[in-house]
Ligand binder design. Structure first.
Ligand code: NAP
Length: 314
């Protein structure tokens, strides 16, 4: 049997047990061991660590570590908390996660397109008022970030008949998607979008990306869906844009602090839907299968999977 693989996590114990079991099934020839249960001799032999919200000191306690496999797609905490000259970090790129995220984006886009927040408010007031139906083909959904998740969401929205625009750091071509890059492109896309979906990673460049000035260029009455990371959107500026009526509604799955504090204003705001970070959870089985492929290639010929650019932060 190969050198053990360390699982270093700070997550719910039932999730940890599910990951262990899925990894054992996907890689029967490997020995995946919880870091805290490893002997000093085992820790000294570890080349691969699979991590979810790890204590950086535990990662640093593996002297022969060659690479780190994240169980999550977002790696901003790993990038900022692990040492800069540490081993390469491989993030989770799982087609099933992309499918789940695309499904969530479509579901909550429909929520806004079909005026469900307004009908929910009306029901509470006993009001009978019909809004004019808006066909998907009359609405533009602008996606910030055209990576694994943003691209899958763009395809799904296009299949559902929405006009789709997308913005990314590097210029991109995607069939059926009007693509933009750079600052001017961002403003153009925000101006034309009825619904803006945030799917950029949290980096030094995207922290506070959607602030008051940029929210103000969004179409009057537009909606916002943030499925990326809380700090990409400046919460106070978003609340001001909602309070003023400039934006109609925000669907938020991610927050500056999670869980969202019980006294946070967002909970009670009539134009905000709060979700507890559920838009695209990692699937134990498919994630384990992705990791098995990465580990198999490394064991076969030392090939490292594509890793995070520590300068760009994603
Ligand atoms: P990804 O494949 O790395 O794609 C990131 C996209 O964002 C790329 O298109 C990239 O541009 C673009 N981007 C990055 N920095 C930018 C910048 N400064 N300006 C403009 N565009 C920029 O990431 P992913 O797998 O799609 O995941 C995106 C994020 O979703 C994750 O980082 C994570 O935070 C979040 N997420 C949330 C959940 C949830 O349940 N809420 C689940 C999974 C992931 P290029 O194409 O030019 O590189």
């Amino acid at each position: 049997m190969s050198d053990p693989i360390a699982l270093i996590s700070n997550i719910r114990s039932d999730d940890e047990a599910s990951y262990l079991s899925a990894l054992a099934s996907a890689m029967p020839a490997e020995n995946v061991v919880l870091f805290r249960q490893m002997s000093a001799e085992q820790r000294a032999r570890v080349q691969i660590a699979i991590v979810a919200n790890p204590d950086p000191a535990n990662v640093a306690a593996l002297p022969n570590l060659v690479w780190v496999q994240s169980l999550w797609a977002g790696v901003e905490q790993l990038v900022t908390r692990l040492v800069a000259d540490g081993p390469p970090i491989v993030r989770m790129i799982d087609p099933e996660m992309s499918r789940t995220m695309a499904e969530a984006v479509l579901a909550w886009t429909y929520y806004l397109q079909r005026d469900m927040p307004a009908y929910l408010r009306q029901q509470r007031q006993g009001l009978w008022h019909q809004y004019v139906y808006r066909k998907p083909s009359t609405l533009t959904v602008g996606i910030l970030g055209l990576g694994s998740l943003g691209t899958a969401a763009a395809v799904r929205l296009g299949e559902a008949g929405f006009k789709v625009a997308g913005w990314s750091r590097s210029a991109k071509r995607l069939p059926g998607v009007q693509t933009f890059s750079n600052d001017d492109g961002l403003i153009t896309m925000l101006r034309m979008s009825d619904i803006v979906v945030c799917l950029v990673p949290l980096t030094a460049q995207t922290h506070g990306l959607l602030h008051a000035a940029l929210l103000s260029v969004m179409k009057p009455g537009a909606g916002l869906i943030n499925f990326a990371r809380g700090p990409v959107v400046v919460t106070d500026d978003l609340l001001a844009a909602l309070d003023s009526g400039h934006l109609s509604h925000a669907v938020l799955d991610v927050f500056d602090e999670e869980p969202l504090a019980p006294d946070a204003r967002l909970w009670q705001h009539p134009q905000v839907s709060v979700l507890p970070h559920i838009s695209a959870p990692t699937d134990f089985e498919t994630a384990a299968a992705v990791i098995a492929v990465n580990v198999g290639a490394y064991r076969a010929n030392g090939a490292l999977p594509c890793s995070v650019d520590l300068v760009l932060g994603y």
